[in-house]
Design a protein around this ligand. Structure first.
Ligand code: ADP
Length: 250
């Protein structure tokens, strides 16, 4: 009996390890595919611009030459930004967020983040804000706003033609809670635990239609945990997602 139990436990352990490794390999492949695509596009565009300049002897036509040079410069700058981003991520691997808590009014932070997104969103976004106007908490203004920004950003990115986002806050036992709810594409149960991991993106085959590096929610979790709080998600495929950020009272 003892031997049977022991063998059984070993099988379960091996199965769990294999599953975890498979998942890790998927995440890594996904990241590499995404990254390769991101790096190759500006390279290809810049190369094409320079080749056109060379092949068609555009030196004699200064205005056209300037256009192609501008394209090449813009694309090379994009490439440099991407490389910078990757290097920063690598450098910050072990770095911890340094927080400077102060008294902030979350309603103002949410309003600022919403205004910023209203300018940028490329689709109709409807907001329902249910924030207590004068409520104050102690938190790092910069990073809390960054976390809110990421949650709104995702709600817009991972939705179809239009999206309704509800942002609400309330006092809870011993803390304060912010909820960001969307009616977007949702996240399958099996992926929910991993969305806060570094580099994790819900696998969608070879290429992602939505750009990103899988760092937004990792950052949100770091901000939450840095304040001694936590972040969680409730979601179902096709039925939207609800992210809850909870911070303890100072
Ligand atoms: P990124 O958006 O750069 O991929 P994030 O860390 O912000 O990285 O999110 C991780 C993954 O979680 C996303 O790739 C996406 O698949 C999923 N996700 C995040 N937010 C939402 C949301 N509001 N609705 C549906 N899926 C989401």
């Amino acid at each position: 009996m003892l031997l049977l139990v022991l063998t059984g436990s070993c099988f379960v352990l091996v199965w769990h390890t294999l599953r975890a490794q498979h998942r890790l390999a998927e995440v890594k492949n996904d990241f590499i595919n995404n990254m390769t695509h991101e790096l190759k596009t500006p390279l290809a565009t810049a190369t094409a611009a320079v080749e056109t300049l060379d092949r068609f002897g555009l030196q004699a036509e200064p205005s056209k030459a300037r256009t192609y040079l501008r394209i090449a410069r813009t694309e090379l700058r994009r490439l440099a930004d991407l490389v910078d981003q990757v290097l920063t991520i690598a450098a910050e691997e072990r770095a911890h967020l340094v927080l400077h808590p102060e008294v902030v009014q979350p309603a103002n932070l949410v309003q600022a983040a919403v205004s910023r997104h209203q300018l940028q969103a490329g689709k109709p976004v409807y907001y329902r804000l249910e924030m207590v106007p004068d409520d104050v908490i102690r938190a790092d203004r910069f990073h809390l706003e960054g976390a809110i920004n990421n949650l709104l950003d995702n709600a817009i990115k991972y939705s179809t033609e239009s999206v309704t986002i509800q942002v609400s806050s309330r006092r809870t036992a011993g803390g304060w809670q912010l909820t960001v709810q969307d009616d977007g594409i949702g996240i399958a149960g099996s992926d929910q635990a991993a969305v806060f991991d570094r580099f994790f993106r819900v696998p969608t085959g070879n290429l992602h239609p939505v750009k990103g590096f899988g760092l937004g929610l990792y950052y949100v979790r770091q901000v939450a945990e840095g304040h001694g709080g936590r972040v969680a998600v409730r979601s179902a495929l096709g039925q939207g997602s609800t992210f809850t950020l909870w911070l303890p009272a100072a």
